[in-house]
Design a protein around this ligand. Structure first.
Ligand code: MG
Length: 300
């Protein structure tokens, strides 16, 4: 298993000796935002600089899901299974309805435009939480250069009422987000302002009714950044990093790494039993079958 690097004996049970790390497709520019659609047996992901959302299926390979995508980045699904997307180009978060029409969930706060929503998660109460760093408006590569009107924070939106609150406001540039399986904790990565010396670490917060409290530093990967991450059913965090995917225990111990030959941006669990880790990494997408299952979201 040349792709596994164990740092703790617990990790040895998570990986399988006969499961290959597979490069599923390549030739993209910068891929992020993987989300699994078990009902359609496919993975959706963003090729941000090429302004498109792509679809991968094990029988048919890669096809275009949406182009132009308004430079979409992170995706997730809401409680009804609808696609929720962050768009750099239009500086908004949208929901794709079951008939294909697109509903704007959030595009501003206090009369000002959002920066460039990056990553998004949906809580079991239906609220949508997203990070709004400035990366997509800092240059023309992953969106369009534009003035920043708002600080880089994490928002919580209730699509039922339209109520919107700032959920995290103590970061330079929030990026990846994920709830713990019981939704009592929100993990959020601060990846720092572009071209700065800002700290780049994952933090964890206690979740309240309208946001978070008690933020504290949680973990810093020793290669690259925690751009995006997802949790397994025991609460281990599978985080992107410069050398692959790092598996971190809820106590903040590095258990092991899945070594990937390209810088990883994001991951998601999918497949028949949520036991396959899909990895977006620079120009390619990869998968690895694990002896782990991704966290199932608690029901309402
Ligand atoms: Mg990101």
């Amino acid at each position: 298993m040349d792709w596994a690097e164990s740092h703790d004996s617990r990790f040895d049970r998570f990986v399988l000796g006969n499961a290959p790390l597979k490069r599923l497709a390549t030739g993209f520019d910068w891929v992020e935002g993987p989300v699994w659609f078990g009902d359609a047996d496919c993975l959706l992901f963003s090729d941000i600089p090429n302004n498109r959302i792509l679809r991968w299926n094990h029988e048919t390979g890669v096809s275009t899901y949406r182009a132009p995508s308004n430079f979409a980045n992170g995706h997730t699904r809401d409680r009804e299974g609808r696609l929720v997307s962050c768009e750099h180009g239009t500086r908004r978060v949208t929901r794709t309805e079951l008939d294909g029409t697109v509903t704007v969930i959030a595009d501003g706060f206090g009369g000002k435009r959002l920066n460039s929503p990056n990553d998004v998660v949906v809580k079991s109460d239906g609220t949508i939480w997203f990070s709004d760093p400035h990366y997509g408006i800092s240059m023309d590569y992953e969106g369009a250069l534009a003035d920043q009107e708002l600080p880089c924070v994490v928002y919580r939106v209730d699509p039922a009422t339209g109520a919107m609150d700032v959920a995290v406001d103590d970061m330079n540039c929030p990026n990846g987000l994920a709830f713990s399986p019981d939704e009592r904790l929100l993990y959020a990565a601060d990846t720092g302002r572009i071209f700065s010396e800002d700290p780049q670490h994952m933090r964890v917060y206690d979740v309240t009714d309208t946001g978070t409290t008690n933020g504290r530093d949680f973990f810093k990967v020793d290669a690259g950044i925690s751009d995006g991450f997802r949790l397994d059913e025991d609460g281990n965090i599978w985080s992107s990093a410069g050398d692959g995917v790092h598996c971190i225990s809820p106590e903040g111990v590095l258990l092991g790494k899945v070594l990937v030959p390209e810088t990883v941006s994001n991951v998601c669990f999918g497949g028949r039993s949520r036991h396959v880790l899909f990895i977006t990494a620079t120009t390619s997408i990869y998968s690895i079958a694990l002896n782990r299952r991704g966290a199932a979201r608690p029901m309402k």
